[in-house]
Design a protein around this ligand. Structure first.
Ligand code: WT7
Length: 583
């Protein structure tokens, strides 16, 4: 694919950087070696004000708006000085209300400026912040806040209704944004609390690089979501990858489309751009391909980080629509979260004359590890090569490195600064990522070519990836069987041309219930409103019996998947079952 000049990109020549880079050098950007002062919020905000950039735009907010094509998009901007003032106030409110260093402060807000103020304010005060995706329903909120014993919550008058207060004994104080008469009685009005405080003392809590900073819950193939805890040291990783992979420069307008409840929305939606002093675009509302085109054009976005499902939906509007929008400001596009089809890369090249740079990482890895760089060749279908300072290997079952072009377990040598600190309250789970000691094992399957380009081949477990969102089948199954009509459930990811995968459930009905479209719609609605919309099965199939292992009675999702794909389910001696349709 076409290259841009190496001189123009921040990273320059990849192979040269691989030879010379080490993580210690990346630390020299920070001042803590002289001052001993560590805090992510300081590096993202206060430092820029101190260094004379207080007037520089930091956040461009695009509220929900009408679809009237005549309107110009109206935005509201905040400078770094505004951010300092706001986060100082949020931090002071939390401290005044008794927040101690390391307390878990959850933020459950839509993508509004307040969501960003609250996250950075909590970090400034020394909290471990837990941002929640705005589509979470009661069960998802409960599992997360209960697990790490959240003490504080910042939310709004709409979302407060999804917080099961009675089941959260550790939750002491809830601050609510929005009209006061809509607030539940045992909560505090956030705006009033903010107006009341006076920021006298420096509200920043100085911390250690190893102190906890942010917790993101993520799903695996078994059990409830796990709390992945990241430490302040991750900023070393975020800063350098923001500079070299996002290629951020002073005058960029950067748009990461993810919500801060997901790790992409925090690591690369907040930290990486602000550490690099680049302004971010914050949009609300649901995905709409036309609206996104408008946002790119009218806000003159220069660097855009999004996901394959969005690119595929935009691509499906066709070439004619693409030519209606002027994207000449857009100079760098990146993708993450699910396999990026070569067709998308080729389409963007042909129609937009722009390259799409795939990147690979995970909630647990904290930052980008496998990357396509602006200065290097793109091989469509490949996620790119290891970031400088990162060693990627493909391992066999014994943990031995495989040669090029052999599919195996995608692993990374441990020790980079963004790697999670632990899994909350679950040391055993944390250790399970390191079965061969020195390697972090991702759960993905992949191969490398002779030049080190990595090609994704699938997951080694039952985890589902729908539109780039990671969904644990166990969570969905558990919710399904809470429905009165469902006796048993097995959930898989079914390949889908637009969304990558969709959630498909196989269910067995309880005695007395009969199969009907309205029953299935009701079951789907049940999961959607109790767990989360993105986790609700798009397809439900009623069967007579689920395939289970004979001894332990575990649901064999592998067999369900084979049935779905009309493939041979392999060795079935462990169970004795054939697919029985319900009549
Ligand atoms: C899983 C991690 C932190 C990024 C957002 C998702 C899949 C991620 C790619 C890619 C193919 C990808 C993997 C990975 N994935 N990036 N470029 N190509 N698959 O983070 O929710 O923790 O999910 O997403 O399967 O293990 P996550």
């Amino acid at each position: 694919m076409t290259l841009i000049s190496r001189a123009e990109s921040n990273i320059g020549d990849y192979l040269e950087r691989r030879r010379t880079f080490n993580w210690k050098d990346a630390e020299s950007h920070f001042t803590w070696a002289q001052t001993g002062q560590v805090n992510m919020a300081y590096e993202c905000i206060d430092r820029h004000v101190q260094e004379g950039y207080g007037d520089k735009t930091a956040l461009i907010y695009l509220p929900e708006h009408t679809e009237d094509e005549q309107d110009r998009l109206q935005t509201v901007s905040f400078t770094f000085a505004d951010l300092k003032r706001e986060t100082d106030r949020y931090a002071t409110v939390l401290k005044k209300h008794g927040m101690q260093k390391g307390d878990r402060v959850f933020v459950f807000l839509p993508k509004t400026p307040e969501c960003y103020f609250a996250i950075l304010g909590a970090i400034k005060a020394g909290a471990i912040v837990g941002p929640l995706f705005e589509a979470f329903m009661e069960a998802a909120v409960k599992d997360r806040m209960q697990d790490c014993e959240a003490r504080f919550l910042i939310t709004d008058t709409d979302l407060q209704h999804r917080v099961p207060y009675a089941e959260l004994p550790h939750l002491e104080k809830v601050f609510v944004l929005g009209p006061d008469d809509a607030r539940l009685p045992h909560t505090y009005a956030l705006n009033q609390a903010l107006a009341e405080v006076e920021v006298n003392d420096e509200p920043i809590e100085w911390l250690d690089l190893e102190d906890g900073m942010i917790i993101h819950y993520t799903s695996g193939s078994t059990g409830k979501p796990k709390g992945v805890l990241h430490a302040h040291r991750a900023m070393i990783h975020h800063h350098i990858t923001g500079k070299w992979v996002l290629d951020l420069k002073e005058d960029d307008i950067y748009w990461c489309t993810s919500h801060p409840g997901w790790v992409t929305g925090s690591s690369y939606g907040i930290f990486a751009p602000w550490l690099n002093r680049a302004p971010i675009v914050v949009n609300t509302g649901r995905f709409d391909a036309h609206e996104w085109y408008r946002t790119l054009e009218e806000l003159k976005v220069t660097v855009w980080y999004s996901a394959p499902t969005a690119f595929r939906m935009i691509m499906s509007l066709g070439d004619e629509v693409a030519h209606r929008y002027n994207l000449h400001h857009l100079r760098h596009i990146l993708s993450v979260g699910e396999p990026l089809n070569p067709e998308v890369v080729e389409w963007a090249q042909r129609v937009w004359q722009k390259r799409v740079h795939d990147t690979w990482w995970m909630t647990e890895t904290g930052g980008l590890l496998i990357v396509n760089l602006p200065s290097e060749e793109i091989k469509p279908g490949s996620m790119g090569r290891a970031f400088p300072g990162i060693e990627v290997a493909i391992l066999d079952e014994e943990g031995r490195a495989l040669p090029a072009k052999h599919v195996g377990q995608l692993a990374v040598r441990k020790g980079w600064p963004g790697l999670m600190k632990t899994i909350w309250n679950n040391e055993e789970k944390y250790q399970s990522y390191f079965p061969y000691d020195e390697w972090y094992v991702s759960g993905d399957l992949a191969y490398k070519d002779n030049e080190g380009y990595v090609f994704f081949q699938g997951r080694g477990d039952d985890m589902i990836n729908a539109s780039g969102e990671r969904i644990g089948p166990f969570e969905v199954e558990s919710k399904l069987i809470e429905h009165p009509a469902v006796a048993e459930a097995g959930v898989i990811g079914k390949p889908d041309p637009t969304r990558g995968e969709i959630v498909k459930a196989f269910i067995v009905l309880r005695e007395g219930y009969t199969h009907s479209e309205s029953l299935l719609a009701d079951i789907r609605h049940f999961v959607k409103t109790k767990l989360a919309a993105h986790a609700a099965p798009r397809e439900i199939e009623v069967i007579k019996e689920l395939p289970k292992t004979r001894i332990s009675g575990k649901i064999m999702r592998r067999v369900l998947k084979a049935w779905e794909l009309n493939e041979d389910p392999g060795d079935l001696t462990a169970l004795q079952i054939e697919k029985k349709e319900s009549e």
